[in-house]
Write a protein that binds this ligand. Structure first.
Ligand SMILES: *Cc1c(COP(=O)(O)O)cnc(C)c1O
Length: 372
């Protein structure tokens, strides 16, 4: 038959049949085809190829969630002599993995805040096997200078991983700074429509095999239907993110001038502590921000409860604008002391700006701020 599908076919199959035993043996030994969908799947492979191209690496691997990608990538490079150096401002699930689960397995993990970069460099200088970074950070949108950290870690022979979820491949290219392994929660910008849970890892050939083996055994591969939706999401990624960059800048400027706002954390504003790094390092400032309203916890809740167009929800990166109070969900497990240390107040609101008409978003924020 002539004519092929324009949209990628969804290979809903768990297993694959062979013409001969020799063919099957060849696939098992040389990974020259498909054998079982926990190993590889043609629809997932299609999404992986696009993803590798987006980040500029040889390879990519699809996962059932961002956390499946992170846990698999981190585990793939550990042995009894490992020492991981990481930032404290990592995603909540990653925090639990690095500072609770891995130490329970006897692994040496050192965490430092991004306001103590000198100590981070000292730890790197004293030797390490893995450097784990995340930028921009959640929820304060700190941006750390990737390149010098990567160079310091590489001089010690360490592998460098980065969670680049908040930036998306449109706004940040970790490959340009020498990062070995880039991780994305595709639940966010890549999927972009709040309808999948997924993750990707991008890396070059030298690191691919180890991660692939761990994925095969740990079982966190993406499913074919999710891969189809991820491909569909990725096909509009640039359009969406450019709009989100634009919308977020206008929203940040509006909030920055508003009398009921104490501070806006958005790397695109000159007042942001990392504005210069972000300007150098990122192609766009992104769709994420947080801000402190001039209210107590109850007043902030009242503001949240009066948002109409902007939905009260956790997660981020999709077409619909979402807001939440970090202390009620993502950072609920922190005690008041830890919160203060992390700079997360009871009046802090995190906003993921969507692709809506920006005037409607500003109007929504304005009318809800009037309720404080
Ligand atoms: C959401 C998120 C994750 C985890 O991704 P899931 O798809 O929810 O497992 C990891 N890192 C960052 C920065 C995230 O925002």
């Amino acid at each position: 038959m002539k004519g092929k599908a324009v949209a990628p076919p969804v290979y809903l199959t768990a297993t694959y049949k062979f013409e001969s035993s020799d063919d099957l043996i060849d696939v098992v030994q040389n990974r020259s085809g498909y054998i079982y969908s926990r190993w590889d799947n043609p629809t997932v492979r299609e999404a992986e190829k696009i993803m590798a191209g987006l980040e500029g690496y040889d390879e990519a691997l699809g996962f059932s969630s961002g956390m499946a990608a992170i846990t698999t990538a981190v585990m793939a490079f550990q042995d009894r002599n490992s020492k991981i150096v990481a930032m404290n401002e990592v995603y909540g699930g990653t925090f639990q993995l690095l500072y609770d689960f891995l130490p329970r397995l006897g692994m040496n993990v050192v965490g430092l805040g991004c306001d103590h970069l000198d100590q981070l460099y000292e730890e790197i200088e004293s030797g390490l096997t893995m450097l784990y970074l995340e930028t921009p950070t959640n929820p304060l949108l700190r941006v750390i200078d990737i390149k010098p950290l990567v160079e310091a870690a590489h001089r010690k022979g360490a592998i460098v991983l980065i969670d680049s979820t908040f930036a998306s491949p449109v706004n940040q290219h970790p490959k340009d700074f020498g990062v070995d392994v880039v991780i994305h929660s595709a639940t966010k910008y890549l999927g972009g429509h709040h309808d999948i849970t997924a993750g990707f890892i991008c890396c070059d050939k030298e690191h691919f095999g180890a991660i692939w083996e761990y994925r095969k055994v740990m079982g966190g591969i993406m499913d074919p239907w999710t891969a189809f939706l991820a491909l569909r999401g990725i096909s509009t990624l640039e359009l969406r993110v450019l709009r989100q960059n634009e919308n977020a800048m206008k929203v940040a400027q509006f909030l920055d001038r508003h009398p009921k706002i104490k501070v806006v954390n958005y790397p695109g504003l000159h007042s942001h502590p990392d504005h210069d790094v972000a300007t150098r390092q990122m192609a766009g400032f992104g769709g994420m921000m947080s801000f402190d309203v001039k209210a107590d916890f109850e007043g902030t809740k009242r503001f949240m409860d009066h948002l109409k167009l902007i939905k009260l929800a956790t997660s981020l990166g999709g077409v619909t604008s979402l807001a939440n109070q970090p202390i009620t969900n993502t950072h609920a497990a922190l005690n008041p002391e830890e919160r203060a240390k992390a700079g997360i107040s009871e009046s802090l609101v995190r906003l993921s700006v969507g692709i809506e008409d920006v005037n409607l978003l500003i109007h929504d924020l304005d009318q809800a701020l009037a309720m404080i």
